[in-house]
Design a protein around this ligand. Sequence first.
Ligand SMILES: Cc1cc2nc3c(=O)[nH]c(=O)nc-3n(C[C@H](O)[C@H](O)[C@H](O)COP(=O)(O)OP(=O)(O)OC[C@H]3O[C@@H](n4cnc5c(N)ncnc54)[C@H](O)[C@@H]3O)c2cc1C
Length: 346
Amino acid sequence: MKLGQGDSTHKRLRIGVTPLARPKTRFTGFWFFLERVLRYSIMTGKAKIESLIKNIQKDVLLAPYTTFKIGGPAEYFLVARTKEELVKAIKTAQDLKIPYFILGGGSKMLISDRGFSGLVVKTENQECEVRGEKIIAEAGVPLARLVELATQNSLSGLEFGVGIPGTIGGAVHNNAGIPKDWIFGWAIGDQIESVTLLMADGKIKTVNRKWMEFGYRESRLKRYPQGEKPVILSVVLRLKKAKKATIERLIKEKVQKRKEKIPPGPSVGCIFKNPPNSYAGLLIDKCGLKGKQIGKAQISPRHANFIINLGDAKAEDVLRLINLAKREVRKRFGLELREEVQYLGF
Ligand SMILES: Cc1cc2nc3c(=O)[nH]c(=O)nc-3n(C[C@H](O)[C@H](O)[C@H](O)COP(=O)(O)OP(=O)(O)OC[C@H]3O[C@@H](n4cnc5c(N)ncnc54)[C@H](O)[C@@H]3O)c2cc1C
């Protein structure tokens, strides 16, 4: 599936256009033609977006903005460094009916080789502060920075996040966490007090944890269709005072566990969710697919729920491995693997 541009602009073209002052001469036909050409080129939504959003870039390759190092160009690309820039970019795209996508650290994304026809907004709004046992953080703050900040302030609850790449916005959208067998399960949703969202109607709304309907690598936001999905602007995390030494010990344990479990190389972490009472990696392994390679993409020989980009892997290679794993697990175990990885531009 290729995402389209929407039929945004043509009706809007006529709104607010000052007709060119046309001299009454025998060249009227020429002026009429010129006016039409200018109307078309200046007033299309796309031309408009370039003039309305400061620092917007064109045809930017997305691969470097993902941990997979895969993905074609975004037609338009903006790094939003403040909440205001983020809100303005989204509202402008909404008004012009240009498809848009919010990218955090790109650590759970498989982006098509053809890229994305529309606007990709990368969140780098990074204000955060500690208030008692709470941390208030904007969506673009890296989770790693919050783990560090919590530790420095003797606040416990984010230890599980050590080593998880990406932003707090992406973590909350995905309810990022660690498996239950890693001493005990933890996910970011457990620590959320409230989330401030930019809704599809342009309103800003603050919701509580219950509203977010967190589940295993799930949140309510994941279920919205793209384009209607609320954008996380900031979050409030509620943590607990603890001894710094205890927090540091927990972090050390998790760093060690990650060293044992996470294979090296560009990836997006686990490709599939674990089915109830089982492990996706184990099932894929039992199908004899560990080490299976298509193009430059490989099912990790160390952990079969990881696909590694061995060099210049194509999104298509990864997709074929994903489909192969699903097919084989279905055939052998009658189980349907569900992706944790998210797609853009297919
Ligand atoms: C080596 C490695 C290890 C990993 N280990 C773990 C792990 O232990 N546990 C785990 O859960 N995950 C893990 N991951 C996956 C990933 O790091 C997490 O899911 C992370 O929280 C995603 O955050 P991100 O900012 O990179 O999101 P992205 O990948 O950029 O985006 C993911 C989704 O979130 C949406 N999104 C991002 N920001 C916003 C926003 N502000 N508002 C609304 N929607 C938004 C995007 O549109 C997209 O749909 C791992 C990945 C790698 C590469």
